[in-house]
Design a binder for this molecule. Structure first.
Ligand code: C2E
Ligand code: MG
Ligand code: MG
Ligand code: MG
Length: 275
């Protein structure tokens, strides 16, 4: 339809396209450099076990400390990393770093924390994920029971049989698995029983309006009941208010994560929180 919009429109679009692919090429090169030069780091966000009021787990979340632009969140570079294949070395860095950190905390006697690491579908589909995880556990000395891997539902649905096989092999290592952003995919209920996982993380969009929306509250109750019937544990993410926490506790949710406890923080600050 560009033709109807006047003479320069097509040229405008072409330039925009060129500019944006140039931008993403520059970003790609910068990200590659960031990985090599150690500009990526992990922040940690605690998860509270509601049954005993203890911090038993933490999620590792990647950040890019850009020399000019400051701290950049994963939403701004993970999609590009996935599109370019950089997610493979990036994901490996995150896994190794998170396991090493959890092991140090364990050795320092600070905490026996389970560390959870987000995986991309690209990593799941890579043939050597299972051997990479085994290798990183050996290298760092982290007991497999202290590692949890988070996958999203939509990622698993892409190639279900392969995803199920990989999940089985990972669990055979002693690692636990979680379905992240649960409830945002398509086939939550029918596929849940087929995935060999340990945790379901209710997406934060359901938690946000839980106190205003009877529907969201009902969905959360249903997810908790269903997960428990399937012998899965439930984590609520994005918990920001005491009211949300009270509701989740009253309805048997196992763990919470969110700004109410703490945002993701640097390892040094995380240690302060523990001690
Ligand atoms: P996620 O795995 O669902 O992580 C939870 C996100 O919610 C984090 O955003 C966290 O900072 C944010 N959050 C935590 N508590 C609250 C809260 O109370 N309220 C609200 N509104 N938000 C909260 P973050 O760190 O920006 O990460 C965004 C997403 O990027 C993650 O979503 C995850 O899918 C992805 N990601 C992060 N690190 C990695 C990584 O190392 N590898 C891969 N593949 N993906 C990653
Ligand atoms: Mg996650
Ligand atoms: Mg996620
Ligand atoms: Mg999530």
């Amino acid at each position: 339809h560009a033709k109807h919009l006047g003479g320069n429109t097509l040229q405008f679009f072409t330039e925009r396209l060129r500019a944006s692919s140039l931008e993403s090429l520059q970003l790609e090169n910068q990200l590659r450099k960031a990985l090599d030069e150690g500009q990526l780091e992990l922040f940690y966000q605690p998860r509270l076990c509601l049954a005993n009021d203890r911090l038993e787990a933490a999620e590792a979340l990647v950040r890019w400390r850009h020399p000019q632009q400051g701290l950049i969140g994963p939403a701004q570079f993970i999609p590009l990393a996935e599109a370019t294949g950089l997610i493979i070395p990036l994901g490996e860095f995150v896994l190794r770093q998170a396991c090493a950190q959890a092991r140090r905390w364990q050795q320092q006697g600070l905490a026996e924390l389970r560390i959870s690491v987000n995986l991309s579908v690209k990593q799941l589909r890579q043939g050597n994920l299972v051997s990479l995880v085994r290798q990183v556990l050996e290298e760092t000395g982290l007991p497999p029971g202290l590692l949890e891997l988070e996958l999203t539902e939509s990622q698993m649905l892409d190639d279900i049989e392969n995803a199920i096989d990989t999940c089985r092999l990972l669990r055979a290592l002693g690692v636990s698995l979680a379905i992240d952003d649960f409830g945002t995919g398509y086939s939550s209920l029918s596929y849940l029983k087929r995935f060999p996982v340990d945790y379901v993380k209710i997406d934060k969009s359901f938690i946000a309006e839980l106190e205003q929306s009877g529907e969201d509250a009902a969905i959360i109750r249903a997810i908790i009941a269903m997960a428990h019937n399937l012998e899965l544990k439930v984590v609520a993410e994005g918990v920001e208010t005491q009211g949300q926490m009270d509701f989740l506790k009253a309805h048997g949710c196992d763990e919470i994560q969110g700004y109410l406890l703490s945002p993701p923080v640097e390892p040094e600050r995380f240690v302060e929180m523990l001690t």
